[in-house]
Design a protein around this ligand. Sequence first.
Ligand SMILES: Cc1ncc(COP(=O)(O)O)c(C=O)c1O
Length: 475
Amino acid sequence: MSGYGRILCTRAAAAVGKIGRWAPPAAASVRAYRATAARLGSAAGPAAKTGSHILDTYVRPPIVLSHGKGSYVYDTAGKEYLDFTAGIAVVALGHSHPGVAAAVAEQAGALVHCSNLYHNVWAPRLAQRIVEETLAAFPQGTQGIYAGAAAAPPRVFFANSGTEANEGALKFARKYGKHVAEAGSLGRGASEALRGDPGLKHGIVCFTGGFHGRTMGALSATANPKYQKPFTPLVPGVQTARFNQAAEIGSFVDERTCAVIVEPIQGEGGVHQAQPEFLRALRRRCDQVGALLIYDEIQCGLGRSGRLWAHQLYPEDCSPDVVTMAKPLANGIPIGAILVSDRVAQIIKPGDHGTTFGGNPLACRAGCVVLDHIAAPEFLEHVQQAGRVLDQELARLLAPHMGRAVVELRGAGLLRGIQLRSDPAPVIDLARERGLLLVAAGGNTIRLVPPLNTGITDIKRGAAIVAECVGQLAA
Ligand SMILES: Cc1ncc(COP(=O)(O)O)c(C=O)c1O
C-alpha cells in the first residue's frame, strides 16, 4: 500500500463512527500527499489534463486535482487550494473524511451492490436515520411530512443523484394527482372535467431561478432557456411562475396541478431565499387544490442552511409533502433520495418506480456516517456560527465595493452568494490563482459553499481572499 493510502487507512480506522474534527495534516502526511500528487500527475498525462477523450460539456480551468483533506484540495503540481466549492455543496464533511473513508473501505470489502431484488443492511438504516432525524429536528411540525408522523412516519426512496431524486418525486406526484382526482377527494370546487378524466390532474408548477437537474423531467421544471432550449420539446404540463410572488400563485396552481416544486433557498439560480409568506401561500394553495408541495433541498438541505433542512428555518405551516436530497448525503459517493409523507407513500406500489443502483449498501453506509455528523446539534451550531462569521467578514471586507462592484450579499448558513455587477469569472480565476476555489451561480453571483465543518480560521481566510480579488478587479 502507498504511504498515502496507509496514512488514510490508519487514520480512518481510528475514526470510524466518531465526530471527527479535521486537524492540519502532519508534515509526513503532507510529504505523502505530494508524492501521491506527483505520481498521479505523471500517470494522468496530457490527455487526461486536456480531457481530449471526454465529451466537451464543461469548461474547466487548466489544473488537475489529485487529492484533498478537510477543506483543502491539491492539484497534481502540488498546489494547495482552500475549497469553497466542496464539489458544489457535496463534500459536507470535507475531503477524505476519515469516518467516511473507513466505512466505505470496509463496505467495499463486504458488499458494494446487490440490486433492489434483495434487502441490504444499510439502506433501511439510512432511511430510518433520515426519517428520525427529520422528525426530531422539527418537533413542532404538523403539516406535510410531519402530519401524523408519530403514527405514520414519512418514507424514503433512494436514487443516485439529485436530478433522479426529482424525477422520482415528479413521477410520484403524477400518480398522486390521478389518485386524488379518481378518489374524488379534492374537496370543494373540483370540476366535472377533472372527475371525468383524473389524468388531467398532471400539472407541475416550478419557479423562475429554480434548478432541479438535467434529465428530461427535472430539466422541464428548470426554467432556464440556456439549459432547456437545445433539448426541446420538454415534458408537457409544466408551468413556470415567478419566485417569491405569493400573490400570483393562485393563477398558476389550480385543481389540475399535481405538484409544485421549489427550492427553499435557490442555489444555482444565485442564492435567493424564499420568503416565509411565499412558502406559506404555496402550502395553503397546494392543500386547497390537492397538489403535493415538493421542496428540492438537494443543495440547501442536509445542514447547509444551519438547520438539518432549510425548510426548518421556516414556521410549521411552510412544511412540504416531499423533500428531495442528494449532494452531501454520502459526502461524494453518488446518492439521491426522496422523502415522502405517509399520504404519498400509501399510493406508491411495488413496480411503480425503480433503479438498479439506488440504495446500494456502499452509498447508504457512507450516508449513515454523514447523518451521524450532520444531525448533531453541535455540528449545526458550527454551521450557523461559520455562516455568521462568513457573512460578517464579507460585509466588512466588501463594504468599500457595496453598491459599486458588489450588488448584494445573500444566503443562510454556509450557502452564501456575492452578487457582482458583472460576470464573476475573472474573480473566480484570480481567486483560484491565489489558492481559493469558488463557483459561480446565476445572475453574476459568486457562490460560497465550503465544507460544513470548515474551521473559523479558514472561513475568514476564504473571505479575505475573495474580498481581495474583488477589490483588485474593481480597482
Ligand atoms: C437544487 C438542485 N436540484 C437538483 C440538482 C441536480 O442534482 P444532480 O447534479 O446530482 O443531478 C442540483 C444540482 O446542482 C441542485 O442544486
